[in-house]
Structures are given as structure tokens and as C-alpha cells.
Design a protein around this ligand. Structure first.
Ligand code: XMP
Length: 326
């Protein structure tokens, strides 16, 4: 599947690409209804915003809040899609359901299975409540489509081929950004008026902080991680104005350690900071953050985040380590 020739070289050119997509979406969808899952990521955000421009209230967005997002992200999704764009947004707060299902689960793959499986269950439960939905919108982008041409045939494999439609349920897929590369998706997102924190959002695992709290999840651990992570993101973003660091975030490991505060012994948690440079996440180098920045991060985290008495910096490239800890 070869992609059409697009021109993203100027604001006028981007506007023309957008108008072409919008016209195509209107023609494909007609007067039918579309549902779209919002994850907070740029691909699904641009998908939803293009569709909303094309078909307005015929689009319903579903945001399954699993309680594993970063600090303030659910509120930001509300602010952008409901308040700014006036989209029909169904926000499902399922934190308790997820915490219950994940209680005591320590195996990373098991966590991923539970988080992903439950997502689709909740999504389709909700979708079935809406009448007359014909299409399901997906934020597939061009690199998601792996092409392996063999002689005489063109074999195209979709990453996402795997929307696990429940028995008897089917929607047609609509994928308005499937021929765009990531930088092009970002250009379209910026053109459509999406805020920088969405346009420039770093890769973030679908299972969210569920795979950044090592071991069993609890609300207390997730809240500690959210606070520490918010400090790391704020400080590194202020330093990395050229966005040269690919990903930076915190991990909470499943141990406690000894510290001292006001002459008394503490027994609390260590937090790990990870910051890497990469071009495609297949390999990664450790970002050489200045020592003063690391000191500032450490000082702020132990002072501001209750339950943390130690901060470490992960200095391992990929390979041999992966980017995420789980
Ligand atoms: P690793 O840890 O394998 O990560 O070096 C490579 C890239 O993929 C992201 N990642 C995920 N993304 N679901 C996702 O959508 C996942 O389960 C997942 N695990 C890792 C990771 O953040 C990095 O950018």
C-alpha cells in the first residue's frame, strides 16, 4: 500500500491536506455515527479532531480512564476535547475497577493483558449503548503499517488488526491519519489547534503507569509515582527546550529503603528517573542530564513527595535494558 503524495511544507499546504481529508471523511461517513477511543496520545487526538471537523456531533469520543495516567492528564483531556472543541465526550472513570482487577498482580505481561483486555471490554460495553454507530475511528499512522512486498503480491500487515470485536459486534474502521508519519500528524494537530502538551506528547505505554510501578499496583504507589513524575517532567521540559530528549519519566520500584530526616530514621521508597535519547525506541542512549539538574530533581522529589526518601538515575542504554522497566 503506497501512500498518496502529501505536501506539508507550508501552512497553506497543511490546510489543503486537512480539507482533502475532511471532504473524504464526509463522503465516507455520510450521516452515520462514529465512535473513537481517546487515549491522550497525539494520534488518537488528531484522528478525533479531524473527524469532529468533518462530521461534528456525529462523532462520540470515549475516554476510558483506567487510573493509570499521569498527573492531571484526565483533566487535560476534558479541557481540550469537551471544553475547547465541544466534542461529545464520554468520560468513564474506571480507576476502582482497574485497581480491583490488578490488586496483587505482579507479572508485567499479566498486567498488560488485564489492562488492555479490560479497556476493550469497557469500550464496547459503552459503544453498544449508543444507537446507530457504523464506524470505529482509529489513530493508525503510516509506520504502524508494515509493508513486506513479495514478488507479485503486496502483503500488508496492520499492527492494530486486532481490535478485539466481541462476538456479534462489528464496526467499519475509519483511519484518517493512516498515511501520515508522526511529524506530519503533529503538524496537522498543531494546525487544528491542539495544545502543545498533546501535539508533543512523548510515547507513553498503553498500560500507562501500570508498567512504571514495578510489582503490584496500589493507589498509594501510583499517587507517589504521579507526583514524582510531574516534577521530573516539569524540570526536564524547562531545560530541554529543543525537545532533544526522547522520553523522560519516573519509575517506582518495589522496595523500601532507609533514610534520615530531622535526626530520625525513615523507611520509605526510592524513585528512579529515566531519560533517554532515541530516534525510534528500538535502541536508546542515556541522556546526559547536567548534574545540577539531577540534583534539583532529587532535592525537589524528596522534599515534595511524601513517601520518597531516595532518588536514583538509571544510566543503562537499550540494549541491554529496555526503555520501560516492565
Ligand atoms: P521498551 O520498554 O520495549 O519500549 O524499550 C519501547 C517503546 O515502547 C513504549 N512501550 C509501550 N507502548 N504499550 C505501548 O503502547 C506498551 O505496552 C508499551 N511498552 C513499552 C515505550 O514507552 C517506548 O517508547
Amino acid at each position: 500500500m503506497s501512500r498518496p503524495d502529501y505536501d506539508f511544507s507550508s501552512p497553506e499546504a497543511i490546510a489543503a491536506v486537512v480539507e482533502e481529508q475532511v471532504a473524504h471523511l464526509r463522503e465516507t461517513i455520510g450521516s452515520d455515527r462514529v465512535i473513537c477511543a481517546l487515549s491522550g496520545g497525539v494520534d488518537s487526538a488528531v484522528t478525533a479532531t479531524l473527524l469532529h471537523k468533518a462530521i461534528g456531533d456525529q462523532l462520540t469520543c470515549i475516554f476510558v480512564d483506567h487510573g493509570l495516567m499521569r498527573k492531571d492528564e484526565p483533566a487535560q483531556i476534558e479541557a481540550v476535547f469537551r471544553d475547547q472543541f465541544k466534542m461529545d465526550l464520554v468520560h468513564l472513570d474506571r480507576e476502582d475497577r482497574y485497581l480491583g482487577l490488578l490488586a496483587g498482580v505482579t507479572d508485567p505481561e499479566e498486567k498488560r493483558k488485564i489492562i488492555g483486555g479490560e479497556f476493550w471490554k469497557i469500550f464496547f460495553e459503552e459503544a453498544e449503548k449508543l444507537d446507530g454507530v457504523k464506524f470505529l475511528a482509529q489513530g493508525t499512522i503510516y509506520p504502524d503499517i508494515i509493508e513486506t512486498g513479495t514478488e507479485g503480491t503486496e502483503h500488508v500487515k496492520y499492527h492494530h488488526n486486532v481490535v478485539p470485536f466481541p462476538e456479534g459486534v462489528h464496526f467499519e474502521l475509519v483511519e484518517p491519519v493512516k498515511y501520515f508519519y508522526k511529524d506530519e500528524v503533529r503538524k496537522v494537530g498543531a494546525y487544528l489547534g491542539l495544545p502543545d502538551h498533546i501535539v508533543w506528547r512523548q510515547p507513553f505505554p498503553g498500560p500507562g503507569l501500570g508498567v512504571r510501578v514495578v510489582g503490584a499496583l496500589t493507589k498509594e504507589k501510583l499517587d507517589i509515582l504521579r507526583e514524582a513524575d510531574a516534577i521530573v517532567r516539569e524540570e526536564i521540559a524547562a531545560w530541554d527546550t529543543q525537545r532533544s530528549v526522547w522520553q523522560y519519566f519516573c519509575i517506582l520500584v518495589d522496595v523500601q529503603c532507609t533514610g534520615t530526616e530531622d535526626g530520625k530514621r525513615t523507611y520509605a521508597r526510592p524513585v528512579v528517573i529515566r531519560a533517554i535519547r532515541s530516534t525510534n525506541a528500538m535502541t536508546a542512549d542515556v541522556a546526559e542530564l547536567p548534574y545540577e539538574l539531577l540534583t534539583k530533581l532529587s532535592t525537589r522529589i524528596v522534599a515534595e513527595v511524601e513517601g520518597v526518601n531516595r532518588v536514583t538515575y538509571d544510566v543503562t542504554p537499550k540494549p541491554p535494558a529496555t526503555i520501560e522497566w516492565e
